[in-house]
Design a protein around this ligand. Structure first.
Ligand code: AP5
Length: 192
């Protein structure tokens, strides 16, 4: 069973939460561009230094940086057994590059699963995460959250149409308890 999926959704929609469950069930490779960038910042790499200011204020990191991360990860053998892309692509140039690259690798996407959650619920989740964690994410403050939503609405949301046109998009109500959302995500990636 081929599972090569993009988990799509606004900040706080539950992409990381659902990806963890898919990894457990199907042993897929999980690539979160946000996690990869945060790791690079912690390690003080040149890429991390370049990305940090964009991330902290809630802006998207330049396409060339994230495309580089994704291609490098997908070139490794692990992608052949299936993968989840979480938080990528986020712009039309990223989606076009990904599409060409995956065709070249013989690994086209099987589904794009969009987690649909209203903005009020999303803000509540992110502020809840900030209140719970000691160190926290620099971009979980209210000013950065607003910019993250703006970037999503202007640059990322148009990709739903892009994937709808390719017959890949599956929309799921993500404003339900985690396990209920997962049942729907699982069914979608299994093509049910
Ligand atoms: P990224 O790390 O991708 O963050 P994000 O998209 O803002 O999303 P989050 O991690 O906040 O949310 P999520 O959807 O994963 O939800 P989660 O499961 O964590 O990106 C961060 C930054 O990196 C970007 O702003 C940008 O600067 C840069 N970046 C990354 N990718 C890029 C790209 N491709 N191009 C350019 N720049 C890029 O859940 C959130 C919270 O809700 C948790 O507390 C969780 O426990 C809770 N929760 C989850 N599901 C439920 C549920 N069903 N009910 C109740 N609570 C729930």
């Amino acid at each position: 069973m081929d599972i090569r999926v993009v988990l799509f959704g606004a900040p706080g929609a539950g992409k990381g939460t659902q990806a963890e469950r898919l990894v457990k069930d199907f042993g897929l490779m999980h690539l979160s561009t946000g996690d990869a960038l945060r790791r690079a910042i912690r390690e003080g790499t040149e890429m991390g230094l370049r990305a940090q200011a964009f991330m902290d204020r809630g802006d998207l990191v330049p396409d060339a940086v994230v495309i580089g991360i994704v291609k490098e990860a997908l070139r490794g053998g692990g992608a052949r057994n299936g993968f989840i892309l979480d938080g990528f692509p986020r712009t039309t140039p990223q989606a076009l590059e990904l599409e060409a690259f995956l065709i070249e690798q013989g690994l086209p996407l099987t589904h794009v699963v969009s987690l649909e959650v209203g903005e009020e619920e999303l803000v509540g989740r992110i502020l809840g995460r900030r209140a719970q964690s000691k160190e926290g994410r620099a971009d979980d403050d209210e000013k950065a959250i607003r910019l993250r939503f703006k970037a999503f609405a202007e640059q990322t949301l148009p990709l739903k149409r892009f994937y709808q046109d390719r017959g890949l998009l599956r929309e799921i109500n993500g404003a339900r308890p985690v396990e209920q959302v997962y049942d729907a995500v699982r069914a979608a990636v299994l093509g049910k």
